[in-house]
Every structure is written in structure tokens, then in C-alpha cells.
Design a protein around this ligand. Structure first.
Ligand SMILES: Cc1ncc(C[n+]2csc(CCOP(=O)(O)OP(=O)(O)O)c2C)c(N)n1
Ligand SMILES: [Mg+2]
Length: 565
């Protein structure tokens, strides 16, 4: 699955656009969103944003009304990860400030979400009245979002509004991070005077620096006996999956991925090694990467979770570290080199590396499933069984908590069919994420893995999935509270408990979908088979787990973190 954006846009190369005259600010904004690939806007209306919301509803962009603004933000984030760009539209402060956490996550994990917010009209602001939803002054929300986005603007001046819209959208596309546009309610229909001539920004590498960087990398690659690529999330965000494969297949370099980058390459590809996560990951993969004499990190964030809480043991002297923000080869730093140009340079050099045996991969069939019908189900057995079912039309969405750690053992078939907040790790992403993913790609079926604690935060966004007739499979992992926290802080703390809900009854509340209650392997077997066969309704599988049960990855991570808290 690649994003909607072309390679040219991945390089920041914006298409020339015609001069604009006679359009209102709202019309221009919606037109530019459409051109950028936005077909849906997630949101909740309010009086300060009603005219923009109405204009959106009359446009080819579809409005997807959510139950809470943070959910709308998570949905727009997942949509952006799959579609290449997403958008969320909210009212002033009560809506916008509820979005902060979702947009912070999108920023941290490089997801290009455009935030559209209404605001009091300029005429309403004369003499600084105490208008509803205002916090300190009229700029409070804008100032907050300046800190959470790559570019922010309030469209208060018709003379600069179109240029500001372009500036924000170009920054969102260039950095794959969220942007913020605030539109006072009396500006939506204002038509700026004169003709606006767009001036797209063209990003380019410095050819001399690029040539020198590629030459050094090729020299090191030609001398290497055991190189490996560690591919990260930016490969997906910048639509470079095919280029990554071109490099790996032509040179024979094996590929590992980071956890945040899980599924940037099909996990069934013959060159795929596994997920590299330092001491948290599978030992064979850690050893393979750390015994390599050249590690090419492509678009990988060096986060604590990605690196197994910094237990990864990579000597910078034997690394090439290329992201869209920096390029470092051993201890040399190169500036003004686009990651995509660097990648092309490596491909063009046509280096072949000596063949190297790849350790046996985790295959779905490795964890042979012999159902023991009376045996209480465990998270590891559940994941092993789910592995058999995954196919090219499934997108797995894993929530922060053990859902995330356990799901590292799932074998993902196609590029980018796995979404998780694997760095920012906010709870609440997964169910709204299914809404975003299935809105972007209704041909995909979302399988959501979510803890009971996280489900109680945003699980009721299922309501919107039902309204839109989408049918995900939601697996609620009920270990009676905040299991991850219990492992970090051993002891019987009341603050890790949640009220035990009858999660499988949620379909009754919503008047749609099917609920299943699971305690044993036999129960899970039949619930999963029934859910998989039902493409019409959403399924909610409530899995009772032992309070002490957890995945191997979480056990290893908790051992590391517990030593630090
Ligand atoms: C929004 C948010 N609040 C708090 C946390 C801290 N936190 C991390 S894991 C966790 C517990 C998650 O519980 P649950 O969803 O039941 O999953 P489990 O750990 O039991 O698998 C908490 C509270 C967080 N990551 N995100
Ligand atoms: Mg739990």
C-alpha cells in the first residue's frame, strides 16, 4: 500500500498552479485540501465553525462526524498514515483544545494532519468581549497549536490568507507533520481582492554535497561484508517503500525495521530479517543487526521504544543514518541532501553485497496452533492464532499497552498494513484509528487490538464506525486494568484498576454488531472464525485474560523500564 502522493511530492516538488481570482477563503481552502488528496474531514461542528462545516459538506470532501474531538484527531491521523494526508475540523477552544493530544501524537510520529478550526469573527472581537469558549485572549488556541504543529496560521487578513493556506499545507507535505489553520467565522465567505499567483516551493538537494555523500556511502557499502538496512517510519510517510525495495533487491542487502516502521516492507519478503528493538526484540534479529559491519538506517527515528529503551548497541562509526532531517555517515554530517535523492544515488551505484544467511523468520506457522479448547487463552496464544488469519486485505491497528508489544509478533503481509502509536504511545488511538483507516481504504478490514483501559477511553467511537457501516473486528484484551503499569510498578495499586465492563454487550448498546465473550482457546477459535466470516457487522471480541498474563516483549521492556523508574 503506498500513499496517494507521488514521488515528486515526496521530494517536496509542488506542481505549478494557475492564478486564482474571485474565490472565497473557504472555497480556496477546500480546493487546496482536495488537490492535496483530502477526501474526508473528521470533526464536530460548533457555532464558530458552522459556515466552514457547511461549505465542506456542500463540497466533494465528505464530513465524518465523530463523537469526541480527540477521536476525530486520532481518526484523521490514521487516515493520513494510509492516505498520505488527513484533516480534522473543530470549533474554537472547546473543540480545538480537546484535539491537542491527538495532534501531538501525529506530530511526534510524523503524520500529516491538517487541523481546521473555527474562531470568533473579527467583528465579534471589538472591545475584547467575554465570548463563549474564549480562554485568555483570542490568540490562546493559535499559540497552543504553534507548539504542536509544523506551521500554524490564523486567516484574519484577506490579503495574505491564500498565501498562508499554501504555506501551512506545503509545510505539512514537506515535513509530514500536522499544520493548523484557524478561520474566523466571518472570514469564510470573504473574497480577497485581486489575483493570487501561487508560488510553489521546490526543494532540492545540493548536487555537490549529494555526490560526496553518495560516494562515501558507496565506498563503505562496497567494502562491507555484512551490511543491513534498518528501515523506519519515514519510508512510509514519504512513499519510498518501492525505492527501499529497489535498493535492497538490487544490492541484496537484508532489511530489518524499527517498531514504529513495522510493515514498511512486507514481513514475508525474502530479505526481511525482523523488527530491531535492542534487548526488547528477538535475539536473532538483534544479533543479526549488531553483528553487521555497516548499518544503513533509513528514515528511522532513534526513539527509546524503537531502540528497546536504548539497549540497542549500534556503533555510530559503522552507521549511515539518513532521515529527512539529517544525513550522517559514520561521524560525517552532510547538509542539504534529500533522503529520496540519497536513496536514488545508492540505487544508481548498483553495488552488490555478499550474500548473507538470514536467520529463520518468525512465520505464522512457527507457532503451530493446536487448539486446546478448555485451556484459558493467553495473549501470546491469541496472537499466534490471529497470525493465521491475517491477509492482504487486513490492517492491524494496535493500541498502546500490551496490544502494541504483543502485536510485534504478527507477520504483516503487505506494506503498511500495521498502524500503532509506537513512539508517542498515547492510549485511545486504536478504535478511532480504525475509523480513519477504513474511511481511507474501505476495502481493508481493520483488526483492532485494544486493552480494556484504553477501550474505556475512546472505544465508543465504534458509534461512528456503525454509522458509516464499517465492520472492523475489535479485540478487547481484558486483563482487568492497566496491565502495563502493573508490570512497571509491581504492587497492588488501586490506580491500575478499571471498572470491569461487559464489553461484549457494547453491540447491544449501539444496536449493531456482534459481541463474543472469550475465556478459553476454544471460545477464541470459534469467535474469531465467526467474526472473520461476518463482513456485514462489526465484531467485538471480549477476551478475558489472567491479570498477570503478558507478552514476552512487554516482559522484557518492563524489566528495562522498571530499573529506571
Ligand atoms: C492517554 C494515556 N494515558 C496514560 C498512559 C499511561 N499508560 C501506559 S499503558 C497504560 C495502561 C494501559 O491499560 P490497558 O489499555 O488496559 O492495556 P494493558 O496495559 O492492560 O495491556 C497506561 C495508563 C498512556 N500511555 N496514554
Ligand atoms: Mg488492561
Amino acid at each position: 500500500m503506498t500513499t496517494a502522493w507521488s514521488d515528486a511530492q515526496a521530494q517536496g516538488d509542488m506542481r505549478p498552479r494557475s492564478p486564482v481570482a474571485g474565490k472565497s477563503i473557504g472555497e480556496y481552502l477546500i480546493g487546496r485540501l482536495l488537490e492535496s488528496g483530502v477526501r474526508h474531514v473528521f470533526g464536530i461542528p460548533g457555532d464558530y465553525v458552522l459556515s466552514l462545516a457547511a461549505m465542506i459538506e456542500r463540497s466533494p470532501v465528505q464530513w465524518v462526524g465523530c463523537t469526541r474531538e480527540d477521536c476525530a484527531g486520532f481518526a484523521a491521523d490514521a487516515y493520513a498514515r494510509i492516505n498520505g494526508i488527513g484533516a480534522v475540523c473543530v470549533t474554537y477552544c472547546v473543540g480545538g483544545l480537546s484535539l491537542c493530544n491527538s495532534i501531538a501524537g501525529a506530530y511526534a510520529e510524523k503524520s500529516p494532519v491538517v487541523v481546521l478550526s473555527g474562531a470568533p469573527g473579527l467583528r465579534d472581537r471589538v472591545k475584547n468581549p467575554l465570548l463563549h469558549h474564549k480562554v485568555k485572549d483570542f490568540r490562546t488556541q493559535l499559540e497552543v497549536f504553534r507548539r504542536l504543529t509544523v506551521a500554524a496560521a490564523d486567516l484574519t487578513d484577506p490579503a495574505t490568507a491564500f498565501r498562508e493556506i499554501d504555506r501551512v499545507l506545503e509545510a505539512v507535505q514537506r515535513y509530514r507533520r500536522p499544520g493548523y489553520l484557524e478561520l474566523p467565522r466571518d472570514m469564510v465567505h470573504v473574497i480577497p481582492e485581486g489575483t493570487y499567483v501561487p508560488r510553489p516551493v521546490r526543494m532540492a538537494s545540493d548536487p555537490d554535497v549529494l555526490a560526496e555523500a553518495v560516494a562515501e556511502a558507496v565506498r563503505r557499502l562496497s567494502a562491507a561484508q555484512r551490511p543491513v538496512i534498518v528501515a523506519g517510519v519515514e519510508i512510509h510517510r514519504f512513499g519510498l517503500q518501492d525505492r527501499l525495495l529497489a535498493l535492497a533487491e538490487q544490492s541484496g542487502i537484508p532489511i530489518a525495521t524499527t517498531l514504529l516502521g513495522k510493515s514498511v516492507v512486507s514481513e514475508r519478503h525474502p530479505l526481511f530479517v525482523g523488527i530491531y528493538e535492542g534487548a526488547m526484540g528477538r535475539e536473532e534479529v538483534t544479533r543479526f543487526v549488531e553483528e553487521s559491519d555497516l548499518v544503513i538506517l533509513l528514515g528511522a527515528f532513534m526513539t527509546d521504544i524503537n531502540l528497546g529503551v536504548f539497549t540497542a548497541n549500534l556503533d555510530p562509526g559503522k552507521c549511515i543514518y539518513a532521515t529527512t532531517e539529517q544525513l550522517r555517515i559514520s561521524h560525517h554530517h552532510y547538509h542539504d541532501v534529500l533522503m529520496c535523492d540519497f536513496l536514488e544515488g545508492l540505487i544508481a551505484a548498483g553495488v552488490r553485497v555478499p550474500p548473507r544467511p538470514i536467520p529463520p523468520r518468525l512465520e505464522a506457522s512457527d507457532t503451530a496452533w493446536q487448539c486446546q479448547p478448555q485451556q484459558p487463552i493467553t495473549i501470546e496464544r491469541l496472537i499466534a492464532r490471529l497470525n493465521y488469519y491475517l491477509d492482504a486485505s487486513t490492517v492491524v491497528i494496535a493500541e498502546a499497552g500490551d496490544a502494541l508489544f504483543a502485536s510485534t509478533d504478527l507477520v504483516i503481509h503487505q506494506q503498511t498494513e500495521y498502524l500503532a502509536p509506537a513512539y508517542y504511545t498515547s492510549m485511545g488511538f486504536a478504535v478511532p484509528g480504525a475509523l480513519g483507516a477504513m474511511t481511507a481504504r474501505p476495502d481493508l478490514r481493520a483488526v483492532v487490538l485494544v486493552g480494556d483501559g484504553a477501550f474505556q477511553m475512546t472505544g465508543m467511537e465504534l458509534s461512528t464506525l456503525v454509522r458509516r457501516k464499517l465492520a472492523p473486528i475489535v479485540i478487547v484484551l481484558d486483563n482487568q486494568g492497566y496491565g502495563t503499569e502493573r508490570l512497571l510498578h509491581p504492587g497492588d495499586f488501586g490506580f491500575n484498576a478499571v471498572l470491569p465492563w461487559r464489553y461484549h454487550k457494547v453491540p447491544e448498546v449501539l444496536g449493531a454488531g456482534c459481541g463474543y465473550e472469550v475465556r478459553t482457546e476454544g471460545d477464541f477459535e470459534s469467535a474469531l472464525a465467526a467474526a472473520w466470516g461476518d463482513r456485514e457487522h462489526f465484531s467485538l471480541i471480549h477476551v478475558h485474560l489472567d491479570g498477570k498474563d503478558c507478552s514476552g516483549a512487554l516482559r522484557r521492556l518492563a524489566a528495562r523500564l522498571a530499573a529506571q523508574v
